[in-house]
Design a protein around this ligand. Structure first.
Ligand SMILES: [Fe+2]
Length: 583
């Protein structure tokens, strides 16, 4: 049975493909369109998934879409009657509904199929069950509590329940307009980070500040002991018609979701080009604290209801890696699984899995790594280099190193010598994090490396931290209380005695968002880390995504372009190696 999962007309459009319950491929549309968080219909992602499965659209048994326009209709009607939202919000919702209802026609037109054929194979899976399915059904657990926390999807912002075998039961929901994700978004916008998906910047800023605004921010949200979330609505505008989401040319844009009254509480909002001050840092720190208190309260309520000690977490808020790393210390949950695409990208996977189990399919797939995108062989890499031969010859020396051990030894030597390396290998990552296949790598021992990469290559805010990739056997030696995490989605304290050993990946508060690397799931990357360990005694590399203010590179040509336009020193793509000449 072939199932294509689709996240369309929502941030982070994506597709995933399952054959008989086994994941074949999963990829985000932004990687093809080269627009971050691309939000239209994910044509390229679907085509790539089909190609990787060796199938055509006519072979697909189910198109599972992670939206259900019919979900919670009476609640939506009741909300409209009670709150009388503004005309712009109503028009925005109506437009959205119309686009989703046209999906059978869109799929049919895109792939040359009959519309009735598509309609008979199309399943609408509600957004939150898709989130929950995306975590639980690929987790190693037969039974676990499940929880999704996000902005909104199909009128819901938080859902939780229990997963057992092939069944998911949703036992509690928080409905629009109340949302913990929306609180984080509102303060992110207030702090002048107004692009879609900027919340992680505020999370990175938080450790610089002291939480002086906790009392004020606590006035914005409350969470009851049974996990119900309430926003203090006069501080927000999303419910009254002030904020709409658009995706002209695929780029998602959100209107402001905070009301002018928020400035009475916190002072003037920061404009996006204004400097970041101590007040902004303090607001970020306070938000992170209030968010964590609220999220842990929700999770404690989930535990009280389910009595499970395992938790599968999903939704955009599950990208809050700082909070994730503290769940075990602040709730009774002891085993936590967060799938690498825990944001809306992951709902494509969740919708497909939901459809598979609804059709009686068995469990039998555990996601142990994040490499579900396309790969390119040495011939394709060589072709991309040849296409820019003149420029490459002027700027770099080219070699081919067919022996993987020799390649890793040579690369580790360059990293240890302080060079910045673009590392492009194997299948592209699924989810927002680069996990050693589309990564920029550097020496974590050098205190100046963070500034070098931020100012010479990534051109981004200097407060943002870089992450460590660590050999799985060395986690305890470098981090306090950490568990193996191949998806880089939990933050833990770096051991105090190791902070001066790996300063470039130790954040200002002494923490690190680690990725554990094992020979079983990424043998080449592990081999490289081992080669670095042999030279330096340190089994850690600085790992940041291979991009420069753009989606992570997908094809060799994009990696080469990024290498040539920035001050990156070395590019390793498959067996091909380019070293920049001194300028
Ligand atoms: Fe969501």
């Amino acid at each position: 049975m072939l199932i294509v999962g689709i996240n369309a007309y929502h941030g982070d459009g994506s597709a995933a493909i399952l054959r008989d319950g086994q994941l074949i491929a999963a990829v985000e549309e932004e990687r093809f369109r080269r627009i971050k968080h691309w939000a239209g219909f994910p044509t390229e992602a679907i085509c790539t998934c089909l190609e990787m499965a060796g199938a055509t659209a006519a072979d697909v048994d189910v198109f599972a879409v992670s939206r259900n326009p019919r979900a919670h209709l009476w609640r939506k009607a009741l909300f409209a009657l009670r709150r009388r939202p503004g005309a712009s919000l109503v028009a925005d919702r109506a437009r959205n509904l119309q686009t989703v209802r046209r999906l059978p026609a869109t799929i049919a037109e895109t792939f040359g199929l009959d519309e009735r054929h598509v309609a008979s194979r199309l399943q609408y899976v509600e957004h939150h069950p898709a989130h929950l399915a995306s975590a639980f059904f690929v987790s190693p657990f037969d039974e676990a509590a499940v929880c999704a926390i996000d902005g909104f999807g199909d009128f819901v912002s938080t859902s939780s329940g229990t997963g057992r075998g092939t069944r998911l039961s949703v036992e509690q929901r928080v409905f629009f307009p109340h949302s913990l994700g929306l609180l984080y978004l509102a303060i992110t916008q207030f702090l002048g980070f107004t692009s879609y998906g900027d919340e992680f910047k505020v999370m990175g800023l938080a450790p610089y500040g002291s939480p002086d605004f906790v009392h004020e921010l606590q006035q914005l949200v409350s969470v009851s002991v049974d996990g119900d979330v309430r926003l203090n609505l006069p501080y927000f505008s999303h419910w009254s018609g002030g904020a709409t989401m658009t995706w002209d040319a695929g780029e998602p844009k959100l209107g402001s979701v905070f009301a002018p009254r928020l400035e009475e509480l916190l002072g003037p909002a920061r404009q996006r080009d204004e400097p970041v001050t101590a007040r902004h840092q303090a607001i970020a720190a306070s938000l992170q604290q209030v968010y964590e208190e609220s999220a842990f309260r929700i999770l404690r309520a989930v535990h009280a209801r389910t009595r499970q000690t395992r938790l599968c977490l999903a939704g955009g808020c599950a990208m809050n890696s700082v909070a994730n790393g503290r769940i075990r210390a602040n709730t009774p949950f002891q085993n936590i699984y967060v799938q690498p695409a825990s944001g809306d990208n992951g709902t494509a996977l969740g919708a497909a899995l939901h459809a598979w189990h609804a059709a009686g399919g068995r469990r039998g797939f555990v996601m142990e790594h994040g490499y579900w995108g396309p790969s390119f062989d040495d011939a394709a890499v060589g072709g991309a280099i040849a296409a820019r031969r003149l420029e490459v010859d002027q700027r770099a020396q080219q070699t081919v190193m067919a022996d993987p051990q020799g390649l890793c030894d040579w690369t580790a030597e360059r990293i240890a010598a302080g060079l910045v390396v673009g590392w492009f290998q194997g299948r592209m990552e699924w989810g927002a994090r680069a996990l050693g296949n589309r990564s920029i790598l550097a020496d974590p021992r050098r205190p100046d490396m963070r500034d070098i990469i931020n100012t010479r290559i990534k051109f981004r805010e200097t407060f943002r931290p870089f992450a460590p990739s660590v050999a799985v056997d060395a986690v305890d030696g470098y981090f306090v209380g950490a568990v193996p995490d191949p998806f880089m989605i939990q933050v833990y304290p770096v051991r105090p005695e190791k902070r001066s050993v790996i300063p470039a990946v130790t954040h200002v508060d002494g923490s690190g968002r680690l990725q554990t690397v094992s020979p079983a799931t990424n043998p080449r990357y592990y081999q490289l880390i081992e080669a670095f360990r042999r030279r330096t005694g340190v089994p850690v590399l600085l790992n940041t995504s291979f991009n420069e203010n753009e989606p992570i590179v997908h094809r060799p040509s994009e990696a080469l372009d990024c290498f040539l336009r920035t001050d990156m020193d070395v590019l390793v793509m498959g067996s091909h190696v380019l070293s920049k000449r001194p300028s």
